[in-house]
Design a protein around this ligand. Structure first.
Ligand SMILES: Nc1ncnc2c1ncn2[C@@H]1O[C@H](COP(=O)(O)OP(=O)(O)O)[C@@H](O)[C@H]1O
Ligand SMILES: [Mg+2]
Length: 278
């Protein structure tokens, strides 16, 4: 059985003026422990699909199963990481990681050994993300990359079986992103979670994904699915290899084709039209 099964999913946003068909007939099976990346131009429904998987948004048609069960609300089996790491500024790094677990402890009247186990887990995650030294620092004392690492650790606290990430490294500089790429691959190996990772960056999608799902806009749907022909253990130098460059070029060409943008000048034209329309 697939970990996640997306069957004929459609989503229409009802708006006063005109309905927006955000997703149309999306079908995708994601295997246990797979690292899958969703890539595509802005507006092709990537975030909407991820939010449906998280249970934060309702689908208007179709079915989504996680471990065979229909997804209709958020659940501890699925954790989400956003681009903007919303850490609590008044809590230290370690308390941010423990926070949601602490809520659960308070709610469920757990015993002191449960609380200790949670503390052990938080420390293990802190070491996994390489931030043991800043355990007691506050978020505003950390760089953006470090804050995002804390947000990732926090999302892993409840041992989710599926980790959903929406452009999590989009706000980081390119060197920090490379470090984060190798870190998230390491986390994927150690924690054995299934990861669904949304990005508009084709290079990032190919470097991280075992399969890359290319989406296309208006309405948002799957264009094609590419298996990535690289060894499971990725290293940065693979970005210069022929299979990597060929797949990246292929996906970029398909994106340009499906959005009608073939050159940078077309892109400029589109932007001009949009700004005169405003
Ligand atoms: N809450 C909303 N209300 C109305 N339209 C929305 C809403 N969220 C997204 N959309 C529309 O749905 C489409 C897909 O959006 P989104 O999933 O955010 O795309 P992506 O993440 O690929 O950029 C876009 O046309 C967007 O404008
Ligand atoms: Mg988005």
């Amino acid at each position: 059985m697939s970990k996640v099964s997306i069957q004929n999913v459609g989503k229409v946003f009802e708006r006063a003026a005109s309905p927006v068909p955000a997703l149309d007939n999306v079908n995708l099976s994601i295997e246990d422990n797979e690292f899958i990346t969703l890539v595509g131009a802005s507006g092709c429904g990537k975030s909407t699909l991820l939010r449906i998987l998280a249970g934060l948004e309702y689908r208007t048609s179709g079915e989504v199963l996680c471990d065979g069960k229909s997804i209709n609300s958020p659940g501890a089996d699925r954790a989400m990481v956003f681009q903007h790491y919303s850490l609590y500024p008044w809590l230290s790094v370690i308390d941010n990681i423990k926070f949601s677990r602490q809520l659960q402890v308070n709610r469920e009247n757990l015993t002191s050994s449960d609380v200790e186990a949670a503390s052990g887990r938080a420390d293990a995650l802190l070491n996994l993300i390489g931030l043991g030294k800043v355990r007691n620092a506050f978020p505003n004392q950390l760089s953006g990359g470090m804050q995002q690492r804390v947000a990732i650790a926090r999302s892993l606290m409840g041992r989710p079986s599926v980790l959903l990430m929406d452009e999590p490294f989009g706000a980081l500089d390119s060197q920090t992103r490379e470090v984060m790429h190798d870190l998230i691959l390491h986390i994927h190996r150690v924690e054995k979670t299934t990861i669904v990772f949304v990005t508009h960056d084709v290079e990032e999608a190919v470097y991280l994904g075992q399969r890359v799902v290319l989406m296309q806009p208006r309405p948002g749907r799957i264009h094609s699915i590419f298996p990535v022909p690289l060894p499971a253990q990725r290293t940065q130098d693979m970005k210069y290899s022929t299979p990597f460059r060929e797949l990246r070029a292929e996906i970029l060409a398909r994106i340009r084709e499906s959005t009608g943008i073939t050159t940078d000048l077309d892109m400029l034209d589109k932007l001009n039209v949009q700004s005169t329309a405003v």
